[in-house]
Design a protein around this ligand. Sequence first.
Ligand code: MLT
Length: 323
Amino acid sequence: MRRELAAAALAVGIPAAAQQAHAQAFPSKPVRIIVPFAPGGSTDIVARLIARGLGEAWRQQVLVENRPGAGGTIGVDHVAKSPPDGHALIFGHVGTFGFGPSLYSKLPYDAVKDFAPIGLFTAVPNMLAVHPSLPARSVKELVALARARPGALNYASAGNGSASHLAVEYFKLLTATDIVAISYRGTGPMLVDMLAGHTVLTITGVPPLAPYVASGRLRAIAVGSTSRLPRYPGLPTVAESGYPEYEVTTWYGLLAPAKTPRETILQINSELSRMLARPDVRDALAQQAAEPMGSTPEAFGAHIQREIVRWARVIKAAGVPIE
Ligand code: MLT
């Protein structure tokens, strides 16, 4: 529509400055970034950083709205059906746009066709943490414990199709262990039960786990990235602990509904790139052990399609139940 309007403006000779003003009309009201999980998880923590940066740049309110449920698919669906004008965006991740399409047989949206990718923002490393009551101080000890008592240990995830769900299912596949899934509506509520000892293991982003690992209320035993994290040099990777294929990093990026004007997508993409160059944003990400990423909208779209293919294979091999 806006392209047609711009073409019509050219045809009737509307001055360039007025066309410019039209192109810059976004955002014309508060922008909502939908976080499809409860507050307190990595998605929420990183989305709030972006919302602050975009709000400052646009001098417009950019709000984080939590719409948890069904492994993030409720929030994603909300954005798929929102007006395509850039004012409702989804903060997507490896779960909602990588595993979800293979885990849910009847999604009310198409994760590729119904969205316009804007750009990748960051990659958050995962940590394997256990409740201190569990007598396991290494991946080796954990695997031995789980193998000795198949089906006796449980793990907490942020819902079927969340990053934490597949991170543990992939771990179970490679370690040939049987650990029972307990699902929550996000890492925030999941941690409440885990701190109380009702669940004993999780693999989720470093940001929400870090304070509890520091205070000793949870015990970190490994990281899910391909190399050790500078902030936790003593913590081995799962890969070096005997499972070299293991790697789960939670990537995050912004997407808009499919028919959002191209100029709005590019405008938000440029703002993300500017934010990623800011030392304060890079510092804030580094404090969360997160890595700045950045990409064009096209590269993000290609990344999503590759991830869907990659995870479809893992889901099939692991025999993860399809909803
Ligand atoms: C969250 O924000 O709760 C997590 O990022 C969810 C997840 O594990 O995917």
